[in-house]
Ligand binder design. Structure first.
Ligand code: MV4
Length: 447
């Protein structure tokens, strides 16, 4: 069993992982930049190591510093959290090369899913539905134009090295295609060091639905249902729900079975998320995330499964503690991402938190690293807290969420709390009438 884990992250996810470690009786090592010396994740850890200056490149992304910190502190495993090094296959490989356990999938599965063309090919081979498009990479403009014609406009040009919405271009017509293609190629070469492109039919108004899976090293795989992450802005999710309103229990069961079979065949190990677009009552695989995600907590509160605990246990070589028939869904859950941003302009807000008061009561969970007087540095992601609310049904969940948001006090910085309050009072949110363009349509592109 793992005795000591180094957590290569900061903020709310580092605190979340620390809590799972403590529940398991595992010793913890925090790493931090000089800007985070007084951060909550450092306070809660048994030990801490400063790994560099504020710039993420020199601290939380500094592989030699982090692996050295693990070796010096006698940790036997590294949890990468999310963002930073969590989907860096080279890092995963190096961690294992140093005789440490990487709390995540095998390096080759991270690399495979990091290449979006390979990920899609793999999903198709394993029997999952994918968006109609090119069969793999398009090799030159001439062939791409012909293919786009065959797929039918509008066509979306995606980069193999992209993902998460980076490096995509829509071509609405044949006239637009060449320029969009050349732009995408140039941009992909610069941004990802990989100019491989592929084409997909552009789905105009999809919802974004993702399934959570957990797999152990013995071939056991379960799914924990899906999350609807459609309410987003510029590929940043703001509000997530579990389960989605659009899947029936039968569809969930059938689709869940397809997914677990695919993951079993892949011999994948760890937690993962399969992302789909949903349009006209059909799901299409687009990408797979090989890390724990921000929104994992809504799945936890409706299933009662501690996903981070299971992630650590399967990485340590244990069998999954439950089987698919043990997975039951209880009511509805919504997560609001509380970002340190202006709720109208989304401009990040750094500063000192004052008058901090956290909501509570039945069905309310807050995951954060906030405390009264804590500093929000300007160098990192603006997510400072997650408000997760669960209730017997969606209507009660919305009422409870509104109550919790009204209780929440965070002074000294701007946060998205006022935006979330508006969303809880929105008729389209109440009726579930939204897709991935909802937020921009409702509140305007400038905001
Ligand atoms: C798409 C799409 C429409 N049609 N693919 C963006 C993030 C990346 N995971 C895939 N993305 C999209 N792929 C086809 N064929 C629209 C998006 C998309 C999107 C998807 C999920 C969540 C938010 C999004 C925002 C803009 C575009």
């Amino acid at each position: 069993m793992i005795k000591k884990i180094l957590i290569a992250n900061r903020g709310e996810i580092a605190v979340r992982i620390l809590r799972a470690c403590k529940d398991l009786g595992i010793q913890t090592v925090a790493v931090h930049s000089t800007a985070d010396a007084d951060a909550m994740h450092v306070r809660l850890a048994d030990e801490s190591v400063c790994v560099g200056p504020p710039s993420p490149r020199e601290s939380y992304l500094n592989i030699p510093s982090i692996i050295s910190a693990a070796c010096i502190s006698g940790a036997d495993a590294i949890h990468p959290g999310l963002g930073f090094l969590s989907e860096n296959s080279t890092f995963a490989y190096m961690v294992e090369e140093h005789g440490l356990t990487f709390i995540g999938p095998k390096a080759d599965h991270i690399a495979m899913m990091g290449d979006k063309i390979m990920a899609k090919k793999t999903a198709a081979r394993l029997g999952l539905p994918t968006v109609p498009g090119s069969d793999g990479a398009v090799t030159n403009l001439e062939k791409a134009v012909k293919l786009a014609e065959k797929i039918g406009y509008p066509v979306l040009i995606k980069a193999a090295g992209g993902g998460g919405g980076r490096g995509m271009r829509v071509a609405k017509t044949k006239e637009e295609f060449s320029a969009a293609y050349e732009e995408a190629k140039r941009e992909a070469a610069i941004a990802f060091g990989n100019d491989c492109l592929y084409l997909e039919k552009y789905l105009a108004n999809p919802r974004h639905i993702e399934f959570q899976i957990i797999a152990d090293a013995f071939g056991n795989v379960i799914h924990l249902g899906e999350r609807d992450c459609s309410i987003q802005r510029r590929n940043q999710k703001i509000w997530e729900e579990a389960l989605s309103m659009v899947l029936s229990p039968e569809e969930r069961k059938d689709f869940g079975q397809k997914i677990t079979k695919a993951i079993e065949e892949l011999k994948y190990k760890g937690v993962g998320t399969l992302e789909f677009l949903y349009e006209n009552e059909k799901l299409y695989f687009i990408e797979m995330n090989t890390r724990i995600q921000v929104e994992h907590a809504i799945t936890e509160v409706i299933t009662g499964v501690d996903v981070v605990r299971e992630q650590i246990l399967v990485a340590a070589g244990n069998e999954l503690s439950l089987s698919q028939s043990d997975v039951q869904f209880r009511g509805h859950a919504i997560e609001c991402r509380i970002n340190a941003e202006n709720p109208e302009t989304f401009v990040p807000s750094a500063g000192v938190v004052q008058n901090y008061h956290c909501p509570g009561g039945p069905g309310v969970r807050v995951d954060s690293a906030l405390y009264d007087g804590c500093k929000i540095p300007p160098y990192y992601d603006s997510l400072i807290a997650k408000l997760i609310v669960q209730a017997n049904n969606r209507e009660q969940c919305l009422a409870r969420l509104r109550r919790a948001l009204r209780e929440y006090v965070i002074d000294g910085i701007d946060t998205l709390i006022p935006l979330h309050l508006k969303l809880t009072e929105d008729a389209d949110v109440a009726s579930g009438n939204f897709d991935i363009h909802f937020l921009e349509r409702k509140f305007g592109e400038a905001r």
